[in-house]
Design a protein around this ligand. Structure first.
Ligand code: ATP
Length: 362
């Protein structure tokens, strides 16, 4: 819908050794993060991990206690919020209730003293991008939550900012609406070219939307990577279990030859794993994603017998919880057609996975 002339060149954002205290509590602990120009980066973490704190520091709503924040190589942490020129969609940053959609979106242009004709054109273009043109004359109270959210995004991007900050902009919406606006924001990012810093605690949202994800825990960044890297090769148990569903199987490395190894689980069954990360012989935790597990009614080479404890039909897939001998749990997700119906609770299945389906955690 927009011409290349409409494209912004996003800025780089460098967070360097930033620390933030609330009293004696360290909410951001020596955080470093480099965001490339035009990148869509998501800050992902559980409640209280410091996501909003980090975004507030970049926005300038709060002051850093140590470190620096640079935009396009220039320090900005002493610059007041309104002079940073960022587009922002924050939860508490609601629409002005007494203004129409057009007036809300035109507000930043008015503040910046943009002439009327240019402003009108810009507002029309932006409402078009957000597919809100038909609602231009409505008041916020006459619109659904999703429509209000789209107007809030329109207001944040109307200045074509080089950096856009979004803090859980979709958390108040139902699942369907959230998923459709996720795709709209992704498309918007392609159209606009701005650098986007996006906060969510929803791992699915982070995987869908981001170029890269920074996973936070207790005021630290524990891993930064593409969605595929984070999902397939988590650095530790925390990331493995926070992003996606996981089986963390306790096992012992019996033998190692090149990158292939033979492991034995607690119940005494052996399986192979290919290790792309350095693991010594000894105890190990093996991550196997539930969708990588194959089940069969017959025992096979390298298969492990499991007892079904729960089986759910979820439409396109079955979600089966089972226990290995010794009680260790195994979660399995498989297509309905592969298994033809739900297995019986208490019944035995034979689970197996390939050496390449394993990721070793130390
Ligand atoms: P959520 O997803 O729940 O919003 P978050 O990851 O965004 O969480 P922050 O809001 O950044 O987390 O909070 C990080 C930690 O700092 C929390 O333990 C929180 O209680 C604390 N905290 C946040 N703001 C303040 C404040 N103004 N004063 C004191 N402590 C604060």
């Amino acid at each position: 819908a927009s011409s290349p002339a409409n494209q912004t060149i996003g800025s780089s954002v460098d967070v360097r050794s930033v620390t933030k205290y609330y009293g004696h509590f360290r909410a951001a602990d020596d955080i470093s993060l480099s965001v490339s120009p035009g990148e869509f980066i998501t800050l992902l973490g559980p409640s209280g991990s410091g996501k909003t704190t980090l975004l507030n520091l970049v926005a300038g709503f709060q002051k850093i206690d140590a470190g620096e924040i640079l935009v396009d190589g220039k320090p900005i942490h002493h610059v007041p919020t309104h002079k940073r020129g960022f587009g922002m969609v924050f939860q508490g940053y609601a629409l002005f209730p007494n203004m129409t959609v057009t007036q809300n979106v035109a507000f930043p242009l008015r503040m910046a003293g943009v002439d009327r004709q240019t402003a009108e054109r810009r507002v029309a273009e932006t409402l078009e991008i957000m597919r809100m043109s038909d609602h231009a004359h409505k008041a916020p109270s006459q619109m659904s939550g999703g429509q209000q959210q789209r107007v809030a995004i329109a207001r944040a991007i109307v200045m074509r900012p080089k950096v856009v900050l979004m803090d859980e902009p979709l958390s108040a919406l139902d699942r369907r609406l959230r998923e459709s606006i996720q795709i709209e924001i992704r498309d918007l990012h392609q159209t606009l070219g701005s650098t986007i810093l996006f906060v969510t605690h929803d791992q699915g949202e982070a995987l869908t939307m981001s170029d890269r994800i920074a996973v936070l825990n207790a005021g630290h960044i524990v891993q930064v990577g593409t969605p595929v890297e984070i999902y397939r090769h988590p650095v530790d148990r925390f990331v493995a279990s926070f992003v996606g569903e996981s089986n963390l199987i306790e096992a012992e490395v019996m033998q190692k030859r090149g990158d292939m190894m033979t492991l034995r689980n607690r119940a005494g069954y052996t399986f192979s794993a290919r290790s792309r990360n350095a693991i010594d012989v000894g105890k190990a935790t093996v991550l196997v994603r539930p969708e990588r597990i194959t089940i069969s009614n017959e025992a096979g080479k390298n298969s492990i017998p499991v007892t079904v404890t729960s089986a759910l039909f979820l439409g396109e897939i079955l979600r089966i919880e089972a226990e290995m001998e010794g009680g260790e749990k195994l979660l399995i997700r498989c297509s309905d057609s592969a298994h033809r119906g739900l297995p019986a609770i208490g019944g035995t299945l034979h689970a197996s996975w390939g050496a390449d389906d394993c990721w070793m955690l130390s």
